[in-house]
Design a protein around this ligand. Structure first.
Ligand SMILES: Nc1ncnc2c1ncn2[C@@H]1O[C@H](COP(=O)(O)OP(=O)(O)OP(=O)(O)O)[C@@H](O)[C@H]1O
Length: 238
C-alpha cells in the first residue's frame, strides 16, 4: 500500500504554493515532511485529506488498484467540545466510529487516565495534544497524518510516543506522515524524509541514501541534512 502524489500543483490568488509535487509513501513506515513555516506543508496535508482541491495532478492510495485516500489528521490544536470532559470526548468518538481502534498502550503513555475528568476548556496544551493524538489513532484509518505531534508534550511522553510509533508502524499496515520541526534525536523513527522548500520537493528518500548523497556520515542529524539540501537552518540559534 502506497500513498501517491503525482504532479500536484496548487496556487492561491495566483501565488504558486505547491509546484508539481511527486511523493510516494509506502506503508509500515513513518515518513517525515520537513519544511520552514509557510513552505506549504499544511496545504499539502489538506490536499491529501481531500479538503482542498488540486489545480492539477492527483492523489491516491495505491494497492493493487487506485483507491480514494482515507486518512485521519491530527491538527496542531484541539479546540472542539470545550464543555465535555476528556473521557466524554473519547466516548463520543467511540460511538460514532464503527471500527475504532482503542489502543491502551497509547492511552497509558499519553497519561489520559489521569485527566479523564478534566473539561477540554480547562485542559492544558499538552493534554489537548494528547487527546488529539489519541483520537487520530482511534479513527483507525490506513493513513495517519500527525502535525507537530511532539510539540507541547513533556519529555517522557515525547520519548514514549516515539517508541510507540516505531513499534506501531511495524505491526500495522499503516502509512504515518509526520510534520515536525522537532527532529533532533528522531532520526531512527523515520523511514523517509521529504524536504519541502518554497512549494518544491527538494528531496524525498530514505535517510541512509540522503546521508550518503550529502556525505553526512558522522553524527547524522536531520537538521544537518535540511541545511545541506536547502542552505537554510531549521534551528536558527545554532
Ligand atoms: N486559503 C488560503 N488562501 C491564501 N493563501 C493561503 C491559504 N492557505 C495557505 N495559504 C498560503 O500558502 C502558504 C503555505 O501555507 P501552509 O499553511 O501550507 O504552510 P506550512 O508549511 O504549513 O507552514 P507552518 O509551518 O507555519 O504551519 C503560505 O504563504 C500561506 O499564507
Amino acid at each position: 500500500m502506497n500513498l501517491i502524489l503525482e504532479n500536484v500543483s496548487k496556487s492561491f490568488n495566483n501565488q504558486t504554493i505547491l509546484k508539481c509535487v511527486n511523493l510516494n509513501f509506502p506503508s509500515n513506515g513513518c515518513h517525515l515532511l520537513l519544511g520552514e513555516n509557510g513552505a506549504g506543508k499544511t496545504t499539502l496535508t489538506k490536499i491529501i485529506e481531500g479538503k482542498l482541491p488540486v489545480d492539477s495532478g492527483q492523489v491516491y492510495l495505491k494497492t493493487d488498484q487506485k483507491n480514494k485516500v482515507n486518512c485521519a489528521i491530527q491538527y496542531q490544536n484541539f479546540e472542539a467540545f470545550q464543555y465535555l470532559k476528556i473521557k466524554e470526548v473519547i466516548e463520543l468518538f467511540k460511538k460514532t466510529i464503527k471500527q475504532y481502534d482503542f489502543n491502551p498502550d497509547l492511552y497509558n503513555l499519553l497519561d489520559l487516565k489521569k485527566f479523564e475528568k478534566t473539561l477540554i476548556r480547562n485542559a492544558s496544551g499538552g493534554m489537548k495534544k494528547a487527546v488529539s493524538i489519541f483520537i487520530t489513532f482511534l479513527l483507525n484509518k490506513p493513513i495517519i497524518i500527525l502535525d507537530e505531534p511532539f510539540a507541547d508534550l513533556d519529555l517522557k511522553k515525547k520519548k514514549d510516543l516515539r517508541l510507540f510509533l516505531t513499534h506501531y508502524v511495524k505491526e500495522k499496515e499503516k502509512i504515518i506522515l509526520i510534520i515536525s520541526h522537532e527532529v533532533n534525536e528522531y532520526e531512527e523513527l523515520f523511514e523517509t524524509i521529504s524536504i519541502l522548500d518554497d512549494g518544491v520537493i527538494k528531496e524525498s528518500d530514505h535517510l541512509e541514501k540522503l546521508s550518503n548523497k550529502y556525505k553526512i556520515t558522522d553524527n547524522f542529524s536531520i537538521e544537518d541534512l535540511f541545511y545541506a539540501v536547502t542552505g537554510k537552518r531549521l534551528v536558527f540559534n545554532k
